[in-house]
Ligand binder design. Structure first.
Ligand SMILES: [Zn+2]
Length: 92
């Protein structure tokens, strides 16, 4: 998806253990707030907002898997506190 083009803005472009949620520009909390705002506009912006939020959801799930596989690997992830909170909430 085009939203992952923000990976080209960081170095290295790909890092297997990196949690992109909250890290990359288009995956930041400000960007996610913008995607939520898109839901209040008419189509096609509403549909684009839904798609982007689904993408953020799947990236967050990926980060949760990474967190449970290797907590030290995501220790410097901006979303670390969120990952901890979700894990505790779900009892993982
Ligand atoms: Zn992504």
């Amino acid at each position: 998806m085009l939203v992952d083009l923000d990976h080209f803005l960081v170095s290295p472009i790909f890092e297997a253990s990196r949690c992109g949620f909250g890290f990359h520009l288009l995956h930041s909390y400000w960007a996610i707030a913008l995607y939520v705002l898109l839901l209040f506009f008419k189509r096609p912006f509403q549909i684009i907002g839904i798609g982007l939020l689904f993408h953020m959801g799947t990236d967050l799930i990926d980060c949760l898997f990474s967190y449970h596989r290797c907590q030290a690997c995501v220790a410097d992830a901006p979303a670390l506190e969120l990952l901890k909170a979700i894990s505790e909430l779900l009892g993982l």
